[in-house]
Design a protein around this ligand. Structure first.
Ligand SMILES: Nc1ncnc2c1ncn2[C@@H]1O[C@H](COP(=O)(O)OP(=O)(O)OP(=O)(O)O)[C@@H](O)[C@H]1O
Length: 180
């Protein structure tokens, strides 16, 4: 489903952050990228997401090369990047609103995603009133609601997703986790 084809990433001409990584991820697979701080885990996720271009190599999804972001890939950011002035529901529905999805479908899909992460009843809470773990789940719901084929999740999401292992079987997922 996802092929990372001999990818090399460099931010300058001096050194490569990622050097010739080759990896395939099949449908339904969960892959965790583990390594020391600064070794390039986020950089690899950013290449898969299309946010940065590899110096060498390429990313293919279902055999088709991709080189820019697309709705087939959902990203849960390390810093979550929630909108603190919006409610839980409005954060989750945000991407659908931007995509021009009508209000009824937005609400249905957002409620479903909120239920999947166990936050039913908290729809109208402010982000600042949530615990850290609840904020993580809002960020996950906000990504799940767009139904991406590939879920890219930076560090904070790993433990929660492991508990919900069956949640997203039809996709493949790539996590990153710092080596302790
Ligand atoms: N936009 C950028 N420009 C220049 N250097 C960068 C950029 N982003 C990351 N780096 C450098 O690339 C290296 C890898 O960073 P990256 O964030 O991918 O590591 P990481 O493994 O995710 O780290 P951590 O586990 O600490 O979050 C680091 O040395 C970092 O300073």
């Amino acid at each position: 489903m996802l092929e990372i084809n001999h990818v090399t990433v460099s931010y300058d001409d001096q050194r490569s952050i990622i050097n010739d990584i080759h990896l395939t991820v099949n449908q339904g697979e969960f892959i965790s990228i583990i390594g020391k701080s600064g070794c390039g885990k986020s950089s690899l996720l950013n290449v898969i997401a299309g946010y940065i271009q590899p110096k060498q190599g390429s990313i293919s999804i279902h055999g088709r090369e991709v080189n820019k972001p697309g709705p087939d890939r959902g990203f849960v950011f390390q810093d979550l990047a929630l909108f603190p002035w919006l409610s839980v529901l409005d954060n989750v529905a945000f991407g659908l609103r931007m995509a021009g999805i009508n209000k009824k479908e937005r609400l249905e899909r957002s409620e479903e995603a909120i239920q999947m992460v166990g936050l039913t009843g908290s729809e109208h809470k402010s982000i600042s009133d949530l615990s850290g773990g609840m904020k993580q789940r809002v960020a996950i719901a906000r990504t799940l609601v767009t139904k991406p084929n590939i879920l890219l999740m930076d560090e904070p999401s790993v433990l929660w997703m492991n508990r919900q292992g069956n949640l997203y079987k039809r996709s493949c997922s790539v996590f990153r986790k710092k080596q302790e």
